[in-house]
Design a protein around this ligand. Structure first.
Ligand code: PLP
Length: 299
């Protein structure tokens, strides 16, 4: 079955879709992206993902490439054409095409929208049961990590370092010795008195949509949540640890820098949260509502 991508206003066979050589995304990483999960052909948390896209674009003074309604139509059509069941939609918007010059082009180019999809197998029970092993690495990123920029070099280097250590993710450590987040995930720990801790959504992290929805699931179910930075040492001493992202949902972290977290197996609370998140948000459609991203940024 042919696979399609969306580029330059058209659906094209995936291997024929291309962008202009002077696209500012290609030359300057002058653009943003979204990864929107799809489960059984249904988009998960669509509204907050589109909210975050609009916010990222606004912070960089790039216009929305089309209306929110049109973005939904295009992404749903791509899901249909690619018969996507489980996986994600990748959306990228750049400032557009212009002769190379750092400052914004005088004649505002049309923002360039590209979209692809990727089929991903659901995580197996065995994968979840063994959990993820993470390394820690210095956070070398810029000071606006709240923008979902396509400029990802520090994230790529950290992820590669993790892969070379035989691990799944890198938790990034700031100058104060605190964990900011993972290279492509948000970081969480559980203390021995069963408090769940994750860092506040300020400019030091990406406000994850999974993070946001999980905090709402937790509030509804009455879990105790503490929003604050936690140190690398606290993470090493935690009873449980886990990470969240659109492609992993809630994933136990069972090793940090080669040391077992707790007893080295996924934590009970973590597994409860994973199941509740999947039941409520992934399959139940009770995720975050439009506007929640903005409210969460104020936390
Ligand atoms: N933090 C970073 C740096 C990320 O790149 C991502 C996802 O790509 C996340 C956190 C998790 O965000 P979300 O839950 O929206 O996928």
């Amino acid at each position: 079955m042919p696979r399609y991508a969306y580029a330059n206003g058209r659906f094209r066979p995936h291997n024929q879709a291309s962008v202009h050589i002077e696209d500012r995304g290609y030359q300057f990483a002058d653009g943003v992206y979204e990864v929107v999960p799809v489960h059984k052909g249904q988009v998960v948390d669509e509204e907050p993902h589109l909210d975050r896209l609009a916010r990222s674009l606004g912070e960089l003074r790039i216009d929305m490439p089309m209306s929110r309604h049109a973005l939904k139509l295009v992404s749903h059509e791509l899901i249909r054409r690619n018969a996507l069941t489980n996986g994600f939609i990748y959306m990228q918007v750049t400032r557009g095409v212009a002769p190379r010059d750092h400052k914004f082009p005088k004649a505002k180019p049309r923002p360039a929208l590209t979209m692809t999809t990727r089929q991903l197998p659901a995580k197996s029970d065995a994968q979840v049961d063994s959990g993820f092993a993470v390394i820690t690495a210095p956070d070398q990123r810029w000071k606006r990590c709240d923008i979902k920029s396509i400029s990802l070099l520090p994230n790529i280097l950290a992820k590669q370092q993790a892969a070379e250590a035989g691990c799944d993710e890198a938790w990034l450590i700031d100058a104060d010795g605190n964990v900011t987040e993972g290279a492509a995930t948000n970081a969480w720990i559980v203390t021995d008195d069963k408090k769940v801790i994750t860092r506040q959504a300020d400019a030091s992290i990406l406000p994850g949509i999974t993070r946001l929805s999980l905090t709402q699931v937790m509030a509804r179910a009455g879990y105790e949540l503490e929003i604050r930075p936690f140190s690398q040492q606290e993470a090493m001493n935690a009873t449980e640890a886990f990470l969240t992202s659109s492609t992993n949902f809630v994933m136990p972290v069972t090793r940090i820098d080669g040391q077992p977290v707790g007893n080295g197996h996924p934590g009970i609370l973590t597994m409860q949260l994973r199941q509740t998140y999947i039941d409520e948000v992934v399959t139940g459609g009770r995720g975050a509502a439009p506007g929640d991203v903005y409210r969460s940024m104020a936390v």
